[in-house]
Design a protein around this ligand. Structure first.
Ligand code: NAD
Length: 302
């Protein structure tokens, strides 16, 4: 296969650094986002700017979407100015957004009806990992198509897992992953609130927990590197972890799996949303704890 031309739609917190890495790796990349400044930043870095998703399709052999929800993916791929109108027969669509597996399957069917190939490949880790090109990628779909696109995925990720031959397998693993991640943050934040109420400094809790079996990524990164320093600039917004808990709840309902603890975790992010924190980084969930205990949970607060 000659070097494929790449399309990239969705240049947000994750998509922008991922697309940037593809440009740096020497691929010809055509980009589109509803936000013109986001497009301009990539154009300045060497990408070609498109004005519609369809135009992205017309200029690419492999097109990637990295959008918040399935409704956004639908808006980008369907319709007169959608990606699927622009892509030539046989081209590949890789959806890297975190969406419900049933929606991934729906897009795969739609792609097939349009003579296209499609697989899902959501990602794990953070915006920093996206910038460093070391994401964990969870692909689901025809292994031959995934393998064909592996060189492209390798630019953005450190490890590419093939989660199953059905489209949606990557999405299923990703939702499971985020139910775990979201639950850990809620438990850690709540316990730290208790420690603060008992008169203990967050600094010492971070140190001690980090040295025991209670150590976890959310404590060391989301909280210790950001929220406990009162940095709520969104890398991974509360609205997104709330969305992912909703995807888990929907999957659980569809598959008739009781998930009482995950249900409670979702309610906690619901509380954060209701308090107006949707746009904060997910560590901003600490504000819900602070409101409940009437004390600051932050470095230097005690
Ligand atoms: P984001 O909100 O920062 O960016 C989304 C971008 O999509 C925005 O620039 C928006 O303008 C654009 N957009 C929306 N609809 C569009 C359309 N129809 N056409 C073109 N552009 C459109 O979101 P993000 O943090 O980059 O997350 C993207 C996906 O990756 C989500 O599904 C999220 O759950 C997942 N994810 C995020 C992280 C993280 O740390 N942020 C980590 C892993 C996975």
């Amino acid at each position: 296969m000659t070097t494929p031309r790449i399309g990239f739609i969705g240049l947000g917190a994750m998509g922008a650094p991922m697309a940037m890495n593809l440009v740096k790796a020497g691929y010809a990349v055509t980009v589109f986002d509803l936000s013109p400044p986001a497009v301009n930043r990539l154009r300045d870095a060497g990408a070609t700017a498109a004005t519609t998703a369809r135009e992205v399709g017309e200029n690419s052999d492999v097109a990637i979407t990295m959008l918040p929800r399935s409704a956004h993916v639908e808006a980008a791929v369907t319709g007169e100015y959608g990606l699927y109108r622009g892509l030539a027969k046989g081209a590949v669509h890789i959806d890297m957004s975190t969406i419900e597996p049933s929606a991934s399957k729906r897009f795969a069917e739609l792609a097939q009806e349009n003579g296209l190939r499609m697989f899902d490949a959501p990602v794990g880790k953070s915006t920093a990992a996206a910038a460093a090109g070391v994401l964990t990628i969870m692909a689901g779909g025809d292994p031959a198509v995934v393998d064909e696109c592996r060189p492209i995925l390798d630019v953005m990720g450190e490890i590419v897992y093939h989660c199953g031959s059905e489209v949606g397998a990557g999405a299923a693993v990703k939702v499971v992953n985020n139910l775990v991640s979201g639950g850990i943050l809620v438990v850690v934040a709540e316990a730290m609130g208790l420690g603060v109420k008992a008169g203990v400094r967050p600094e010492i809790m971070v140190e001690v927990l980090g040295a025991t079996g209670a150590a976890n990524w959310q404590l060391a990164n989301t909280l210790a590197q950001k929220a406990l320093k009162r940095d709520y600039e969104p890398g991974f917004a509360i609205s997104l972890i709330h969305k992912d808990c909703g995807l888990g709840a929907q999957m659980a309902e569809d598959l008739k799996v009781p998930m009482p603890v995950s249900g409670l975790v979702k309610q906690q992010y619901e509380a954060a949303m209701a308090a107006g924190h949707a746009g904060l980084d997910w560590g901003g969930y600490l504000k819900v704890i602070e409101a409940a205990i009437g004390e600051d949970v932050a470095f230097g607060a005690a």
